[in-house]
Design a protein around this ligand. Sequence first.
Ligand code: IMP
Length: 324
Amino acid sequence: MNNIRALSYDDVLLRPQRSDIRSRSEIDISTDLERGVCLQLPILASPMDTISESPMANAMGKVGASCIIHRYNTIKEQVGEIDKVDSLRTVGAAIGVSGDYIERASALVDAGANFLCIDVAHGHHIMMKEALRELRLMFGGDYHIMAGNVATLEGINDLADWGANSVRCNIGGGSICSTRIQTGHGLPGLQTIIECAKTDRDVKIIADGGIKNSGDMVKAFAAGADAVMVGSLLAGTAETPGEIYMDAKGTRWKTYRGMASKEAQVEWRGKYSSFEGVAARVPHRGPVQTILEDLEKGIRSGFSYSGARNLKELQIKAQFVVQT
Ligand code: IMP
């Protein structure tokens, strides 16, 4: 057995460093994912049916972040969500690798989606290669295509070689994910970013899943991520789809669930096969904007502690320590 030590976000801290930054406003936390996808706040909302429809996309867009409209709907419904997003915002749209994905991709791009996200659990897969080939033929080289998920350097390199411009990195790390329990596979989230950041390809790294706070975001950026993707941090907010329900004590709740959970599969396909996610109830938390503003402040402070004025400087200066 190979003896590899792999780090999670909680295993490390960043060493505070001398700073000459007088105000957090001097820090530029924007990220250019290229081909028309530039984020002032480098956070993406996960393509999930309890997270990402037009209200979330508009709220994320308002603060310079972005959202990927989920694909658990008819093409008409998904296009309808894109139509409801202020066209000045940057919005992505998820597709799969089988069934109606070609027709769906074409309708979403026509509707104004700024980028597509090929959204499958195990993205380092022959069907991803075939889908990327088809989509590149359809949309040419200038349209931004995100793909994933992968957990390894071989994974990100292959997806880049197959035509992806950005890759969602992390397998099994999501808060509602049970892939590691069901299948025994996965890598700790931070280790995935450290490994994927060794790529020599022209590809952007999206740190996806398992990010619990702005501190984890700063660690992901320091390790090489160009943007982070989150679900649970946005769950339960007013802009998420789904009903609010009240318990006997008067606490208000919403549902947050993995897209491979039994519940999500039964709702969208009428049955479930192997399940790799769970459904949870989360407290209703009001508008997402306050949460995003707090995350932004935390990220800016994080850059400041490493004396970094932008993402590139952070990645050069950051010094990780492993805590016992
Ligand atoms: P969170 O921010 O930790 O809640 O993780 C969100 C991420 O979990 C998503 O962006 C997906 O990559 C991943 N994910 C969503 N649904 C499932 C699932 O059912 N099983 C495993 N991973 C999932």
